[in-house]
Ligand binder design. Structure first.
Ligand code: AKG
Ligand code: FE2
Length: 362
C-alpha cells in the first residue's frame, strides 16, 4: 500500500480483486511499522501476563450485541482456551474496563494509540472499497468514526496457551471454522506461529472438511485482512466473507503459546447497511445478529455454534449472513423486520454461544 495517494487507483483494483475473490489478503507498506506491531504485542502481553485475579477485575461485558469488551477466556474444543482482552475505543462502556493504572501502567494510553493506527489503515482500505463499489470515497467514514458513542469496533489481544506436551485428537482446532461478523478484520500474526487457514468459495451442500484449507502463514510486517459478514451484506455480496479457522500445531511444529491481535472494524450500531445495488433490505448490524439468532433458534433449536455440523454452519452463514435467500421473512413471526422491534437479547445469546465465552475456571 506504499505511496497510497499516488497509487490509490492501482491499490483499489488489487484490493477489489482480492476481496471479491477470496476475501482474505495480506497487505504490506501499510504505514504501521514492525516496531509498532511489536510494541502492541508487548502491551497485550503486559496485561495478559498479570495474575488471573488482577485480569478478572475487568470481566468481559457482553451487554451489547457483538460488541464485547473486557477480559475473557473462551472454552474451545479439546479443553484448550483462548484468553483475550477485548478493547474498544474510549467510550462509556470501555471506561469501566480499562485496567487500573497501577495494575497495568499506560495500558489505556498505548492501546488507544494502537487502535487509532489500526483505524487509519482501515479507513484507507475502506475508502478503496467505497470507490471500487462505485460509492464516494468517504462513504464508510462516518460508520467507522472512533469518537462516535455507538462505535462498535473492538480490538482483541489474543493468547492461545501452549499445547506443548498436550494430547489432542487429530483435526483438533484452536478456533473452529467461522466467518467474522463485522466489516473488516485486521489480523496481526507472529512469525513462527502458524495455524490460520481459510476455505474460500463456500457453497451450501459442500462440507467444510471436504474442501481444501489454505494456510495463511504470517509474513513479517504484513497485516492479514479479511472481509466480515456485515461488509459482504453492505456490498451486495460483492466482497466475500470467508470461512477460516486456526488449527493445532502439527507434530513437527512450534507448540508454545500463540499470540495474535485482531482489530474488528465494525459499523456503528445506528448505521443502516444497504449496498448500492439494494440487493438486501436496509438493516443495522445489531439487526443482522438478531436475524441470525432467530434463524438459529428456529432451525437449529438453539444449538451451539461449535456443536453444529459444517453443513449447518454453512447454512447459517449462507442464509443469514447473507446468501441469496436472506430475507427478514426467514424469521417472520419471531422477528418483525422493523428496526425498533428487534430485541437485543437473542443476538447477545447467540454471540456468546458462538464465541463460547466462559469465565475462567478456578
Ligand atoms: O488468532 C487468529 O489467528 C485468528 C482469530 C480469529 O479468527 C477470530 O478471532 O475471529
Ligand atoms: Fe475470525
Amino acid at each position: 500500500m506504499g505511496d497510497f495517494d499516488k497509487r490509490k487507483e492501482q491499490i483499489t483494483e488489487e484490493l477489489m480483486r482480492a476481496a471479491t475473490d477470496i476475501g482474505f489478503f495480506q497487505v504490506v507498506n501499510h504505514g504501521i511499522s514492525q516496531a509498532e506491531m511489536d510494541q502492541a504485542f508487548a502491551v497485550g502481553h503486559r496485561f495478559l501476563e498479570l495474575p488471573t485475579d488482577v485480569k478478572r477485575k475487568r470481566p468481559v461485558d457482553k451487554s451489547n450485541f457483538a460488541y464485547i469488551l473486557g477480559y475473557s477466556t473462551e472454552d474451545l474444543s479439546v479443553g484448550t482456551l483462548r484468553e483475550a482482552m477485548f478493547c474498544g475505543f474510549d467510550n462509556a462502556r470501555m471506561s469501566q474496563l480499562w485496567p487500573a493504572e497501577e495494575d497495568c501502567p499506560h495500558f489505556k494510553r498505548d492501546t488507544l494509540a494502537w487502535m487509532h493506527r489500526c483505524h487509519e489503515v482501515t479507513s484507507r482500505i475502506m475508502s478503496c472499497f467505497a470507490t471500487g463499489l462505485g460509492l464516494p470515497e468517504d462513504y464508510f467514514e462516518a460508520a467507522l468514526d472512533p469518537a462516535a458513542p455507538d462505535n462498535q469496533t473492538a480490538m482483541f489481544y489474543n493468547h492461545y496457551p501452549s499445547v506443548e506436551g498436550k494430547l489432542f485428537p487429530e483435526g483438533a482446532l484452536r478456533i473452529a471454522a467461522h466467518t467474522d461478523f463485522e466489516l473488516l478484520t485486521l489480523l496481526f500474526q507472529r512469525p513462527g506461529q502458524a495455524g490460520l487457514e481459510v476455505c474460500p468459495g463456500i457453497a451450501a451442500g459442500v462440507s467444510l472438511d471436504k474442501r481444501p484449507w489454505t494456510p495463511i502463514d504470517p509474513i513479517p510486517g504484513a497485516i492479514t485482512i479479511n472481509i466480515g459478514d456485515a461488509l459482504q451484506y453492505w456490498s451486495d455480496d460483492r466482497l466475500k466473507s470467508t470461512f477460516h479457522r486456526v488449527r493445532m500445531p502439527r507434530p513437527e511444529e512450534y507448540k508454545g503459546p500463540r499470540r495474535s491481535i485482531a482489530y474488528f472494524a465494525n459499523a456503528r450500531a445506528s448505521t443502516i447497511l444497504q449496498g448500492p445495488l439494494k440487493k438486501y433490505p436496509e438493516i443495522t448490524f445489531p439487526e443482522i445478529l438478531a436475524q441470525k439468532a432467530a434463524y438459529r433458534e428456529k432451525h437449529f433449536d438453539g444449538k451451539d455454534f461449535d456443536d453444529m455440523t459444517d453443513e449447518e454452519k454453512i447454512q447459517l452463514h449462507g442464509k443469514l449472513a447473507l446468501g441469496p435467500e436472506f430475507s427478514p421473512v426467514d424469521v417472520e413471526g419471531e422477528f418483525p423486520a422493523t428496526r425498533a422491534a428487534v430485541p437485543d437479547k437473542p443476538a447477545l445469546q447467540f454471540l456468546s454461544q458462538i464465541r463460547k465465552i466462559a469465565p475462567i475456571a478456578g
